[in-house]
Design a protein around this ligand. Structure first.
Ligand SMILES: [Zn+2]
Length: 311
């Protein structure tokens, strides 16, 4: 103890007087800052991404949306959307979620500038739906959509009931109709991004129940890149499945900063086994203002939740 104290004192004594500087800049502090900014943080980020690469879990990531058209399932008197709505999935905004790396368009009863012939909007159900006017055997809904140029059609789905529903598409500048499918959307949008979609409803007699549809869902791929997250492998935890306790399953997940925004309420699908997870808590690592990763808590989505229907 005594020797150590002496050594310490000696060091103190031999230390040169501190130089005063005319500027506020301290080269040691500045250099450390610059070095961490230029070298360490990119290194941490790279290391994080490498870690994800090692334990690659390919996911489809659904970001909950907070803007856009109010869904027709929203009930003012309860100030609440319909939890079972397949247009907004209980979020209240048309679409509900956006799949990372894509953009979507939904033709529903709230779509702007619709043209309708012999069609009425049934607004005593939530969400609202299109159906034939009483006494009519045929009618249609037309919508003008802008398709991003040269993008792959990632999803195309009409939510309908009934037998006699047909969908068509044409260029805005052309009068010839084509059957609506992924191929026709792709080929037409290569020449012209503005397209007109027509959804035709018909029935054999006016006594027949009208076919109806709630919406047409269109999704385009913007980024052709897979997203990976780092998730612990399930050993003992997975045994919860045996007791039907999946809804109580909570775990931590690491998401790389390639995903620009992560929020509570987001959902992702583990593409290895199609399990769904919902984000319940978000924290992030942001040394010196540079985001390197998202650390989130997630819970397993149970089989009876609406998120299982996400396209
Ligand atoms: Zn809704």
């Amino acid at each position: 103890m005594i020797r150590n104290t002496k050594t310490f004192r000696n060091l103190q004594v031999s230390r040169p007087n501190r130089q005063t500087s005319v500027t506020d800049s301290d080269p040691l502090v500045d250099n450390a800052y610059k070095r961490s900014l230029q070298e360490l943080i990119p290194a941490i980020r790279q290391k994080s991404q490498n870690a994800v690469t090692v334990d690659r879990i390919n996911v489809k990531y659904y970001q909950e949306i907070t803007t856009g058209r109010l869904c027709s399932c929203y009930k003012k008197e309860y100030d609440s959307p319909e939890a079972s709505c397949l247009i907004c999935y209980g979020v209240g905004r048309v679409g509900g979620f956006n799949v990372f790396g894509t953009s979507f368009d939904i033709v529903d009863t709230t779509y702007p500038n619709l043209i309708m012939l012999n069609i009425r909007i049934e607004d005593t159900v939530w969400p609202w739906k299109f159906e034939l006017i009483d006494g009519q055997i045929e009618g249609y809904v037309e919508a003008t959509v802008d398709v991003p140029s040269m993008r792959d059609v990632d999803a195309l789905r009409l939510f309908y009931t009934g037998n006699y529903i047909k969908s068509y598409v044409r260029k805005f500048s052309d009068t010839s109709w084509h059957t609506l499918n992924r191929g026709s959307l792709l080929s037409l949008s290569a020449a012209e991004q503005r397209l007109v979609i027509r959804i035709n409803l018909s029935r054999k007699t006016v006594e027949d129940v009208s076919p109806f549809f709630t919406h047409l869902y269109l999704r385009y791929k913007l980024v052709d890149r897979d997203l990976y997250v780092d998730m612990p492998r399930f050993g003992a935890m997975r045994q919860a499945d045996n007791f039907n306790l999946t809804g109580l399953e909570v775990t931590q997940v690491f998401i790389p900063a390639t995903l620009p925004n992560v929020r509570v309420g987001d959902v992702f699908r583990d593409l290895r086994n199609n399990t769904l997870w919902r984000v319940t808590e978000v924290t992030y690592n942001e040394p010196l203002g540079i985001r390197t990763s998202w650390d989130v808590n997630v819970r397993a989505v149970t089989s009876f939740e609406i998120y299982n229907q996400l396209p």
